[in-house]
Design a protein around this ligand. Structure first.
Ligand code: CAA
Length: 240
């Protein structure tokens, strides 16, 4: 029986590449999305991947959605916490709403999704939690106090939970992508984006598939001795 993988934010950007790579590798994949029905419908049509709609920012929706996925596809073996949003602004202009939305999705969302799948993974003595953090959680970024705080929080979450899962065959790891050619990065003003690319030693944005390949490795049996780690994939932009 193929393993079941759930990818949040799994129908667009990095998440879509992760969903497709996992499917290609033989996993049964559930791609969760929060808002864009049209993109999800198109994604499901083209890839044949099951899509589910709920907000990772809402604990009750996560619990109910995970129960539905497990009822339809089977117990979740691999959880990829990829869903993330930006609400960039310099701190003096950042509203409480911009702070809260980013923390609720990018940090609490990781708790809300992981907590319901955790008991089953412990019982079955196998699990893979893979948290997509960010280079900006490692180094900080002008205009992203909210995002950097949430993404750094994801790294602390990863290191602490890894210690609790280790005896049960459940690994918890983080990936820190650098600037990847997705809609999120393309939304950064062009001049700012160009100045960022100039600081990337490989001289280009990353590809979503390059992050998907990191996920495949961490999800595999071969990565069973790796837990609590942070895998940076940023073209040399920041050496943590
Ligand atoms: N360092 C120092 N100063 C900077 C700066 C930086 N990195 N970036 C901007 N500034 C300065 C500007 O020069 C300007 O100064 P002056 O007014 O003296 O010219 C000032 O800050 C900008 O102030 P504004 O009031 O005009 O700022 P704004 O309200 O237009 O907001 C911003 C600017 C939203 C922060 C914009 O600079 C921006 O979008 N920056 C990019 C943030 C970023 O990298 N986001 C990543 C998104 S992708 C992602 O998050 C994925 C991932 O994980 C990597």
């Amino acid at each position: 029986m193929s393993r079941v993988a759930l990818v949040t934010g799994g129908t667009r950007g990095i998440g879509a590449a992760i969903s497709m790579a996992l499917k290609e590798a033989g996993y049964t994949v559930a791609a969760v999305y929060a808002g864009n029905d049209e993109a999800a419908r198109e994604f499901s049509h083209v890839t044949g991947i099951h899509t589910y709609k709920w907000s990772v920012a809402d604990y009750d929706e996560c619990e109910e959605g995970i129960r539905r996925v497990e009822g339809e596809l089977g117990p979740i073996d691999v959880l990829v916490n990829n869903a993330g949003i930006t609400r960039d602004a310099p701190f003096h202009k950042m509203s409480r709403t911009q702070w809260k939305e980013v923390i609720d999705t990018n940090l609490s969302g990781v708790f809300n999704m992981t907590h319901p799948v955790w008991p089953g993974m412990r019982e079955r003595k196998f699990g893979r939690i893979i948290n997509i953090s960010s280079i900006n959680g490692q180094k900080g970024q002008f205009g992203q106090v909210n995002y950097s705080a949430a993404k750094a929080g994801d790294l602390g979450f990863t290191k602490a939970l890894a210690q609790e899962g280790a005896r049960f065959g459940v690994t918890v790891n983080a990936i820190c992508p650098g600037y990847i050619a997705t809609e999120m990065v393309m939304a950064v003003p062009e001049k700012v984006r160009e100045s960022i690319i100039a600081t990337i030693p490989v001289g280009r944005l990353g590809e979503a598939e390059e992050i998907a390949r990191c996920v495949l490795f961490l999800a595999s049996d071969q990565a069973g001795f790796i837990t609590g780690s942070t895998l940076s994939a940023n073209g040399g932009q920041y050496l943590a």
